[in-house]
Design a protein around this ligand. Structure first.
Ligand code: SF4
Ligand code: SF4
Length: 512
């Protein structure tokens, strides 16, 4: 990142204290020129968050999601907090003049400091432009051949399956009702491959309907991997299809939670499916559910050793079966922060030793993206989240929900696909629950509205808050993880910019 530059002035003449804000590689600070006078009043912007480590302070402007780290003595910062005349700010500065200029310039250019009540306007996170969902999660089979300890659906071996007729109705409604140009159908469950024949038929039908309404469709599937067979791979060949497989790490770690109904571990069966998919030329993404964060590094080492370098690391949530089988104590988020930081150190040294390996960890991309840019492309990490505006979920019988994570929670049911006279567009526009979810923002969530990290974090998941706290209109259960991790990561990036290049996959989401 290029440091802000000053147009130099030889003698100390306030009329010539001209700030030249250069465009910075990863932020959006505008190029402008200003001049100031000694009687101008400087004051830190209301709501700016400051956290000190020794001589340095991290300063966060929560509204525009700008941050910086400065070497600023306590007394100097206190004077800016209280408000100070520019002449007094520089009086007696002597050799510190240059440092004080840098403090003033950096804070001003990021909207953290006002001059006579005027502050530089900085662009905040870029709002999500679409009004209607483009991602539809169909619960094809609500049963599962696994009996994982933390299943968010609490799926049992015998579960209902979506009929081909229900799937067709859903697709007709999506293609016909919604003013969108493209959409993704995700086959979810339970284990969706328990209903593969319907999935196959549904894909044919969706391509046909999409063509009829001049839309584009693609498909994705989240599977436990055990039912991936050659016949399945042959039949999905040629479809625009992406695959996600759940694998929690090496055998010992994976088998702690992902088990068959007879209690035996599922690792080998999952690896077999994953290997088959990769041999068939698919590049499945892997979702790792992390129960114990001390296993992060071991899990990454294992995945890298298997050539899996594109994955997600999702902390296990207190949903479904996990609510009864697992402990979620108050120290959990802090433990995740601690271990995540160790993981970052590990990844940096791994990338230094293996520069040719493409490491693409979704969660890390998001945290860095949000710290370094105004882009917020992911529905689960923006405010409001995607529930009822970017995604819809459908149960096996065609009940419609604002997100697949709400499927099976009756208080979040929007209707049924067979309800006469109701379109999906009308549900989005008129259903009071969608309006309420749209209003679940960092400005309305009681804890988030005062949080300095709100425009980085977005307030988290409504469904997880509902399942964990019994109230979807509260902050995410991993709140302290988000605030703690964003802060720690900011310090880390500031102290070692190589991290951005080494873990630079976030850049591909810029201006997407
Ligand atoms: S969930 Fe927590 S970290 Fe995120 S915005 Fe809300 S209060 Fe801040
Ligand atoms: S409810 Fe949760 S899973 Fe659903 S879109 Fe919102 S954040 Fe994502």
């Amino acid at each position: 990142m290029k440091r802000l530059g000053l147009v130099p002035s030889r003698s100390f003449d306030f009329r010539r204290l001209v700030l030249h804000h250069v465009l910075d590689g990863d932020t959006d600070i505008q190029t402008r020129y200003f001049s100031f006078l000694p009687e101008d009043r400087l004051k830190l912007t209301e709501g700016v968050h400051i956290s000190r480590r020794g001589e340095r302070v991290l300063v966060v402007e929560p509204v525009s999601a700008k941050w910086t780290i400065l070497a600023a003595p306590k007394k100097l910062l206190q004077s800016l907090k209280e408000g100070v005349l520019l002449g007094d700010f520089f009086r007696g500065a002597g050799p510190e003049e240059r440092g004080r200029r840098e403090i003033m310039e950096t804070l001003y250019s990021r909207g953290m400091l006002s001059v006579n009540g005027f502050r530089q306007k900085c662009r905040g996170p870029i709002p999500y432009p679409e009004k209607y969902p483009m991602f539809f999660s169909l619960h094809m089979a609500e049963g599962c051949n696994f009996n994982c300890n933390y299943c968010y659906m609490d799926a049992a071996l015998q579960g209902q399956k979506m009929s081909a007729e229900t799937a067709r109705l859903i697709i007709k409604r999506i293609a016909r009702d919604l003013p969108i140009k493209e959409f993704t159908l995700e086959f979810h469950g339970g284990e969706p491959l328990l209903n593969f024949s319907v999935i196959r038929e549904t894909m044919e039908f969706a391509l046909h309907e999409a063509k009829r309404y001049f839309k584009r469709v693609d498909f994705s599937m989240q599977t436990n991997g055990s039912l991936i067979k050659d016949e399945v791979l042959t039949q999905i060949k040629g479809f625009p299809f992406s695959l996600g497989v759940s694998l929690d790490g090496p055998e010992m770690i994976h088998n702690r939670n992902r088990i068959f109904p007879n209690g035996k571990g599922t690792f080998r069966s999952v690896m077999k499916g994953l290997d088959l998919a990769r041999a068939a030329g698919l590049d499945p993404g892997v979702i790792v559910v992390v129960d114990d964060p001390t296993t992060y590094i071991e899990t990454c080492k294992f995945l890298f050793s298997k050539g899996v370098t594109k994955f997600r690391l999702n902390p296990m949530a207190c949903q479904g079966r996990a609510g009864t089988t697992k402990e979620f104590d108050a120290k959990r988020p802090a433990k995740f922060v601690e271990e995540y930081l160790k993981l970052i150190d590990f990844l940096v040294s791994y990338k230094q030793e293996n520069p040719e390996v493409f490491v693409d960890i979704w969660n890390i991309n998001i945290y860095i993206l949000h710290l370094m840019t105004p882009y917020r492309p992911f529905m689960c990490a923006r405010s409001p989240c995607g529930a009822g505006n970017a995604i819809m979920g459908f149960s096996h019988e065609g009940d419609v929900y604002p997100c697949d994570e709400f499927v099976g929670r009756p208080e979040f049911r929007l209707g049924n696909i067979r309800d006469p006279g109701v379109s999906l567009a009308a549900l989005i526009e008129e259903h009071p629950l969608c309006a309420k979810l749209q209003n679940r923002t960092i400005e309305t969530l009681p804890k988030c509205k005062a949080c300095p990290w709100r425009n980085f974090c977005g307030g988290g998941c409504a469904a997880k808050a509902n399942d964990h706290r019994g109230d979807a209109w509260r902050e995410d259960p991993m709140c302290e993880f988000f605030s703690g991790f964003y802060e720690e990561l900011a310090w880390k990036i500031w102290d070692d910019r190589r991290l951005l290049d080494l873990l630079g996959q976030y850049r591909r989401y810029v201006s997407s």
